[in-house]
Write a protein that binds this ligand. Structure first.
Ligand SMILES: [Zn+2]
Ligand SMILES: [Zn+2]
Length: 455
């Protein structure tokens, strides 16, 4: 028979319950002002979003998107500079937009929204779907779609600008809004940093961004403290041999057998050299060699993609790929002048995203207060990559990115029931639900800003 709880235990539970109630912050008056302003702006923002969705632009060519954004931010009272990032990389036209609102002494905060779309043919069937085609940098005509939801990011930035401009009496400091080009080619953040983002404009104490997510319902946000996205590094290994006739192995050094050996040995880097407490991926994405079945070729090319969180783990993998390739070639009797050529493609590197834990904890509290704790999810880290990490300039400036729910709860539930995944980012059927997604984007970002800069 269960014992009746003692009076002391009952009293203790009562006190704890009252304490919990007292410490759970209720929405403040300014929270109410943020949601009221977001609601007031919502119709206009949905219109802005639909127009932008229908007119996407490829990476490095976001000229109209940038000009429209610049106009909106100017109208909201910001001091706007266009064409940031110009000529910092070969062929770069410079479509970055930097908007500054100085509002007295206080911290400086930078909010980033990426602006580019993808070469994907939209198949959502929406009335505001994109039918646009444009030439990529190689001059080839491509369909274009906002399949990563950067139109959600740009529109949320416009809404946030309006809210923060109207609530100027509620905060102090400097707010910088960045329309960033070329996230999908992972060089736009680098381009604007190289063009003096932190010298020509006030240097931020913190950088924030949001990214929409098809895995969370519209109305919700998700946070990940610490490492959230991986570094992405591209490597080439050209496995050289000494070719010859397929019938005369005694005359040749076969690079195909050697490449096969190297591919298998590369699988031991993560399993046998990296701590199980560190995350890493080594993928050999392509292998090309040979022209005919009876010819042993002179070389085979491997294209690798490396993912990791910590810089030292990335460095270890790069060294291990070089060491394993060289040792395997020496083991196959390859002469010194035919050892593999191993290279890192420096231009195609994305840094890891490390969400500063103290900021995440603070902003999470504000999100829970305004959106309700049930709408603030903990999101697991992923090995995907982003160029947002560049804005932290090697950890010198803390950064935080949070996820913005964009899907319908029914579709998420259905995916869970059937095991068929939702239409994800970078697919032709990715379809954020405009109104609740944008409302939450504006409310969440404005709340995060006021949490840092608020009076
Ligand atoms: Zn993307
Ligand atoms: Zn994206």
């Amino acid at each position: 028979m269960p014992r009746r709880p003692s009076r002391v235990i009952v009293l203790g539970a009562l006190v704890l319950g009252l304490l919990a109630l007292a410490t759970r912050a209720a929405p403040s008056p300014v929270d109410g002002e943020v949601t009221a302003l977001a609601d007031h702006e919502l119709d206009g923002l949905v219109g802005y979003y639909k127009a932008l969705h229908a007119t996407p632009e490829l990476s490095r060519q976001e000229e109209h998107t940038a000009a429209d954004l610049a106009r909106e931010l100017r109208a909201a009272g910001f001091e706007v500079t266009e064409h940031v990032g110009r000529y910092t990389l070969p062929g770069y036209k410079g479509t970055g937009v930097v908007a500054v609102l100085r509002n007295g002494a206080g911290p400086t905060l930078l909010i980033r929204a990426d602006m580019d779309a993808l070469p994907i043919e939209e198949q959502t069937g929406l009335p505001y779907a994109s039918h646009r085609r444009m030439k990529n940098e190689a001059g080839v005509e491509m369909p274009v779609m906002h399949a990563c939801g950067h139109d959600v990011h740009v529109t949320s930035l416009v809404g946030t600008a309006r809210v923060l401009s109207k609530l100027r009496s509620r905060w102090h400091g400097t707010l910088i809004l960045l329309g960033q080009p070329a996230e999908e080619t992972i060089d736009g953040a680098l381009a604007v940093v190289r063009d003096g983002l932190y010298e020509r404009f006030p240097r931020p104490d913190l950088v924030l961004a949001l990214h929409d997510s098809p895995f969370l319902p519209a109305g919700a946000v998700g946070v990940t403290p610490g490492y959230a996205m991986a570094t992405s590094t591209q490597m080439d290994v050209v496995v050289r041999g000494v070719g010859g006739h397929g019938s005369r192995p005694e005359d040749v050094k076969d690079p195909i057998v050697l490449a096969a050996n190297i591919v298998m040995q590369l699988q031991t880097i993560v399993s046998r050299e990296i701590s199980p407490f560190d995350q890493a991926v080594v993928t050999v994405g392509t292998i090309h060699g040979g022209t005919r079945r009876n010819i042993i070729p002179n070389d085979v090319k491997l294209e690798l993609n490396i993912r990791a969180y910590k810089p030292e783990v990335r460095e270890h993998i790069i060294q291990a790929v070089a060491r394993i390739s060289r040792a395997a070639a020496l083991g196959a009797g390859m002469p010194e002048d035919r050892l593999p050529l191993v290279s890192v493609l420096e231009g195609e590197f994305a840094p890891a995203l490390y969400n500063e834990p103290a900021t995440v904890a603070r902003v999470r509290g504000a999100f829970e207060r305004v959106l309700g704790a049930e709408n603030v999810h903990s999101v697991d880290p992923v090995m995907a990559s982003e160029d947002f990490g560049y804005l932290g300039v090697d950890g010198k400036i803390p950064v935080m990115m949070f996820a913005l729910g964009a899907n319908s709860q029914e579709l998420i539930d259905e995916a869970q029931r059937t095991g068929v995944p939702v239409h994800g980012l970078h697919t032709s059927r990715f379809e954020p639900i405009p109104a609740p997604t944008l409302r939450t984007g504006v409310v969440a970002m404005s709340t995060a800003i006021l949490e840092i800069l608020g009076n």
